[in-house]
Design a protein around this ligand. Structure first.
Ligand SMILES: NC(=O)c1ccc[n+]([C@@H]2O[C@H](COP(=O)([O-])OP(=O)(O)OC[C@H]3O[C@@H](n4cnc5c(N)ncnc54)[C@H](O)[C@@H]3O)[C@@H](O)[C@H]2O)c1
Ligand SMILES: O=C(O)C(=O)C[C@@H](O)[C@H](O)[C@H](O)COP(=O)(O)O
Ligand SMILES: [Zn+2]
Length: 374
């Protein structure tokens, strides 16, 4: 039997009774994926990936799986947010069925959050559910999307409106894969890292303010940021898997951010998810300040840190024409946190003091959006 070696590193447990799983974080995990996946007892592995990741990382993963006696079938989709569509979902599911991926087999999502959400959803519905291993290759996917079981695709009317909760059986976060990630994508993923500090961990946010250059450079600070993020998310998901309460905090910045992504029709050249989240988090803090809930200095602190790493903080930073406040408000009304027609916001009393609010009036939202877009 092959010994399973975890490089430097970190193991975070997501505690969900009989659906508990590990997140392994470390260098070179993709090259030893076969050992980890073989331990799950599948025969065929349906690897779903995108064109960019396939060109760089698929050969090593496929070779490792084959070395451990596994049959490898691959489905490759175009890179980018537009692949979170019914059309691409159909292509993926059909590819997995054609490859005879059975109920006892495993779908391996190799890529960023787009592949993770798409392949995870395909696994949730294929033969009424097969297991999924997430092998996240972007920073965003390593700190957020590969963990917690939210899977799905977009509707032209809004982000992630079609999907299912389907927890992975294992997450393999190979930090060396980030060496090939384009800088814009690394920066965008960093927005979700900062999010965990802003939600409820001011000390982590302060650490990021002091150490962001090391996180961007790689090495132990990067691994620490990823592990801290995964621990934070694992804790929330274990408490509230299906988002009846606390899990909504992970949506900090997303009510505004998702509206912007829908407004640009998921055009990844104008705006990518993490950038939308950065703008949305800055907006959430400015909105909190405008409502008298947070000090304006806290909003300025958030903006200053996001700007320091090169992230946008205003909707006016999105290139090209944007619809007005009414258009953004219409998108926000499709948010999954809407209850009885009322918007839910994640607001903050300060850095690390976020909370869920259902007390905001539509008129206050419209006035704020007008000021943001003026
Ligand atoms: N399910 C969740 O809980 C959750 C959480 C956060 C975000 N998301 C979703 O995740 C998506 C965003 O994910 P993302 O930012 O990873 O985008 P992405 O999947 O589009 O990946 C970003 C880009 O980087 C490329 N790439 C990925 N890894 C690479 C690597 N190692 N080397 C070179 N290129 C690489 C991809 O091909 C793509 O072009 C959005 O759809 C968002 O809604 C989901
Ligand atoms: O895991 C969660 O819960 C999150 O909200 C994490 C977010 O970063 C992520 O973008 C998620 O996909 C958004 O969820 P949604 O329910 O608003 O679509
Ligand atoms: Zn997100």
């Amino acid at each position: 039997m092959t010994a399973i070696h975890v490089a430097d590193d970190e193991r975070v447990r997501v505690a969900l009774a009989d659906r508990s799983y590990d997140i392994l974080i470390g260098r070179d995990l993709l090259a030893e994926a076969g050992a980890h996946v073989a331990a799950l007892g599948a025969r065929t592995i349906g690897v779903v990936t995108d064109e960019n990741v396939a060109a760089i990382h698929l050969p090593a993963v496929a070779a490792s799986l084959r070395r451990h006696g596994l049959t490898v079938e691959t489905v490759i989709v175009p890179a980018g947010e537009k692949s979170k569509s019914f059309e691409t979902l159909g292509f993926v599911v059909d590819g997995l069925i054609a490859a005879r991926v059975e109920r006892g087999d495993v779908v391996l999502a190799l890529g960023g959050g787009v592949v993770g959400d798409l392949a995870g959803f395909a696994a949730a519905i294929l033969r009424r559910g097969v297991r999924c291993v997430q092998a996240p290759t972007s920073l965003l996917a390593q700190v957020d999307s590969s963990v917690g079981g939210k899977t799905g695709i977009n509707s032209p009317r809004g982000k992630n409106l079609i999907g299912a909760f389907h927890q992975p059986s294992l997450v393999l976060a190979d930090t060396s894969a980030l060496d090939t990630l384009p800088p814009r994508e690394f920066r965008a993923g960093y927005a979700e890292v900062a999010k965990y500090g802003l939600i409820d961990d001011e000390a982590f946010f302060g650490w990021l303010e002091a150490n962001h250059a090391e996180v961007f450079a790689g090495g132990p600070a990067r691994t620490r940021a990823i592990a801290t993020s995964c621990r934070a998310k694992a804790g929330v998901v274990a408490r509230d898997e299906h988002e009846h309460g606390d899990r909504a905090l992970l949506n900090l910045g997303h009510t505004f951010g998702h509206a912007l992504e829908a407004e640009v029709a998921y055009d990844g050249t104008r705006l990518i998810h993490g950038e939308g989240v950065a703008i949305g988090m800055a907006m959430a803090f400015r909105f909190s300040a405008a409502l008298g809930l947070a000090a304006p200095a806290d909003a300025r602190r958030v903006e200053a840190h996001l700007a320091a790493v090169g992230l946008p903080t205003s909707p006016k930073a999105v290139p090209g024409p944007l619809g007005g406040p009414e258009a953004l408000f219409r998108h926000m009304q499709q948010d999954k946190k809407v209850e009885r027609g009322r918007l839910t916001f994640i607001l903050a009393h300060g850095v690390g003091q976020s909370f869920v609010s259902r007390d905001v009036e539509a008129a206050q939202v419209m006035a704020f959006l007008e000021s943001e877009l003026a």
